[in-house]
Design a protein around this ligand. Structure first.
Ligand SMILES: Nc1ncnc2c1ncn2[C@@H]1O[C@H](COP(=O)(O)OP(=O)(O)OP(=O)(O)O)[C@@H](O)[C@H]1O
Ligand SMILES: [Mg+2]
Length: 119
C-alpha cells in the first residue's frame, strides 16, 4: 500500500509531505508572491482529503476560498501540463467557519464568543 502523502509541488523533483510527518513543526517562508499562501492551501486541502481536520486562523481572508471549488484558468492549465497532472477537477472542501462577529456573512457558522477579563 502506498504511504499516505500530500503532493506539495514540483521543481526539479516532485515534493511529497508524508502524512506521518504532519505533526512536526513547519515554517513556510519566502518573498512576496512566491507561493506561501498557495503552499499552505495545498497542505490544508491535502490534510482534509486524508481526513485530518485543520484549524486555520485566516487573518487575511485569503484561505477561506477553499470552501468553494476552484476555477480553471490558462495559468492553471499550463501548470497542470507541466506537472503532468491529468485528473484535476475543481472541488470544494468541507469548511466550517467560526463566526467571531456573528454576522453570518458566509452562511451558517459556529458562533465563537470570548470574554477577556483580569483580576
Ligand atoms: N505552486 C505554484 N505553482 C504555480 N503558481 C503558483 C504556485 N504557488 C503560487 N503560484 C502563483 O503565485 C501567486 C502568488 O502566490 P501566493 O499568493 O501563494 O504568494 P504569497 O507568498 O502568499 O504572497 P504574499 O507574500 O503576497 O502573501 C498565486 O496567485 C499563483 O498564481
Ligand atoms: Mg500570502
Amino acid at each position: 500500500m502506498t504511504e499516505p502523502s500530500i503532493f506539495i509541488g514540483a521543481g526539479e523533483k516532485p515534493a511529497q509531505l508524508l502524512a506521518r510527518y504532519g505533526n512536526r513543526h513547519g515554517l513556510i517562508a519566502g518573498a512576496t508572491g512566491t507561493g506561501k499562501t498557495v503552499t499552505l492551501k495545498v497542505m490544508i486541502e491535502g490534510f482534509s482529503r486524508l481526513g485530518v481536520p485543520v484549524f486555520v486562523a485566516d487573518v487575511k481572508g485569503d484561505i477561506a476560498g477553499l470552501a468553494l471549488p476552484g476555477e480553471a484558468s490558462d495559468r492553471l492549465a499550463a501548470r497542470l501540463q507541466k506537472l503532468a497532472i491529468t485528473d484535476w477537477a475543481p472541488s470544494a472542501n468541507p469548511v466550517v467557519f467560526w463566526d467571531l462577529f456573528q454576522q453570518n456573512v458566509y452562511g451558517p457558522a459556529v458562533v465563537v464568543q470570548a470574554t477577556a477579563g483580569g483580576t
